[in-house]
Design a binder for this molecule. Structure first.
Ligand SMILES: Cc1cc2nc3c(=O)[nH]c(=O)nc-3n(C[C@H](O)[C@H](O)[C@H](O)COP(=O)(O)OP(=O)(O)OC[C@H]3O[C@@H](n4cnc5c(N)ncnc54)[C@H](O)[C@@H]3O)c2cc1C
Length: 431
């Protein structure tokens, strides 16, 4: 590929203690908890709203345990409850747990639109400088230390400087630009957990979305349908449909573009198939603004959480988050309802996540949380749910604020101290 060099000066518009890149559930919780610890925090989000997969990706349910995830998550739940935008609490019980209690559930339905509002208001209440439509594009490095993040928003290219940074992009964009080690996909061929496209549909008395002549080919047989899950939502008459879109790479520009386009095509084909072949009456009411991404890049941390850690329910002195969800790994190389593991293999007991898996191994001032934390693909397939990402975010925010306040390298933060703060802030870590 040809290359060109670009040299120019840009303004340093924001100076902070902690800069969080990526405003998904992990980034929001990281920013709020760093601010709660007294840090001056900037959060840069590429889209017009925060929430990531949980808002722009169209996910409709907090999976896992919604109690004891820490005070930021508690505030999110309270906010949603006050709008009547979340269903009632039940304790978590894995659907693959042979000892599951009858009253247990595996998550709580939420109103995605109101979530984006609640998240932004919580950030503002905590004094976080929230930059929307602001994409992180590059870094200035001093050795292994990030000196500035270059972002591009409505005003053009500008720099954000901070003592410490938290990569919550899911795709490990910050670590990647820094040249720090990362992992992607399964060991054998690098294929990531598949993406899924989400859309909302509404039931009509008659009619529904059809494909007019000359557009795209319809699906003609059940066997040609990709894995499609028409999920319940909080509201009767409204479904959230999830369609598996495998074999695309969320870290490649062209592949991401293809995935988005295929997602929308599949969506139309499937709704028209429900209507034509099954005699139903569904209208596409809204496509998610972006495809849902389960796995991007995972940053290599001071510790990498693995499947054997989960199976053995390993405990860590520096445990700062807890995962309770099953191993939800869809097979990456076909479009059917297929999983990497058999049903018997999917259960894992509650497990701990050490603070070291939120510290980038190769840098001096980079933490991470959410989908890009340091884990193998199987461990990620469980820890990627929103509740666990939120808990990781809270811990990374606490750690980054401590490091910024005491001018410490990220590796010098005592994970046991972070753990004590997590516990004080309603984070349940027992397994
Ligand atoms: C199809 C699907 C269904 C799922 N179902 C459920 C479910 O039912 N329940 C559940 O709990 N979990 C579910 N999950 C998992 C969960 O939604 C996500 O794993 C979790 O929300 C990830 O949070 P995150 O903050 O780590 O990443 P993300 O939500 O991906 O957030 C990353 C954010 O970073 C931003 N960003 C990326 N690059 C840049 C950049 N360069 N500059 C600025 N901003 C950037 C993105 O715009 C995004 O907002 C599902 C996931 C998928 C894909």
């Amino acid at each position: 590929m040809k290359e060109i060099a670009l040299t120019r000066s840009i303004p340093v518009r924001y100076e902070a203690d902690v800069a969080v890149i990526g405003g998904g559930i992990a980034g929001v919780c990281a920013a709020c908890s760093a601010a709660r610890s007294g840090a001056k925090v900037v959060l840069c989000e590429n889209f017009a709203v925060v929430g990531g997969n949980m808002t722009t990706g169209g996910v409709t349910k907090f999976c896992g345990e919604t109690a004891g995830q820490g005070e930021v998550f508690d505030e999110i739940i309270e906010g949603l409850l006050s709008f009547g935008a979340i269903d009632s609490y039940h304790p978590y019980g894995s659907r693959y747990d042979p000892a599951r209690k009858p009253e247990a559930g595996d998550g709580r339905l939420i109103d995605t639109e109101l979530l984006s509002f609640v998240l932004q208001e919580i950030l503002l209440k905590r004094g976080v400088k929230l930059l929307l439509h602001t994409r992180f594009v590059d870094l200035i490095m001093h050795g292994n230390t990030i000196a500035a993040a270059i972002v591009c928003g409505a005003s053009g290219s500008e720099a954000v400087t901070a003592s410490h940074y938290i990569d919550c992009t899911g795709e490990a964009q910050v670590a990647c630009r820094a040249g720090f080690g990362s992992m992607k996909g399964r060991d054998v061929d690098g294929l990531q957990l598949p993406m899924s496209f989400k859309l909302y549909i509404e039931e009509m008395d008659e009619g529904g979305t059809m494909i007019p002549d000359g557009w795209i080919d319809p699906i003609l047989r059940d066997e040609d349908l990709p894995m499609t899950s028409p999920n319940r939502t909080l509201y009767p008459g409204r479904r959230a449909v999830k369609i598996k879109i495998p074999l695309f790479d969320s870290t490649d520009t062209e592949s991401m573009s293809e995935a988005e386009m295929q997602g929308r095509r599949r969506a139309i084909q499937i709704v028209e198939y429900f209507n034509r072949a099954k005699g139903e009456h569904w209208r596409v009411s809204r496509f998610s603004p972006r495809i849902g991404i389960r796995e991007g890049r995972r940053i290599i941390g001071d510790y990498t959480l693995t499947l054997p850690d989960l199976r053995a329910a390993c405990t860590f002195e520096d445990a700062v988050a807890r995962g309770v969800y099953y191993l939800d790994g869809h097979k990456p190389d076909d479009h059917g309802r297929t999983y990497i593991l058999s049903e018997e293999e999917r259960y894992v007991p509650p497990y701990q996540i050490p603070f070291r898996s939120l510290i980038a191994r190769d840098g001096d001032n980079l933490f991470m949380a959410g989908r890009c934390f340091s884990a193998d693909q199987a461990a990620l397939s469980s820890a990627r749910v929103s509740t666990t990402c939120a808990m990781m975010g809270q811990a990374a925010g606490i750690g980054a604020a401590i490091a910024a306040d005491r001018r410490l390298s990220s590796h010098a933060v005592d994970g046991r101290e972070v753990r004590r703060v997590v516990e004080k802030r309603n984070g349940a870590l027992e397994v």
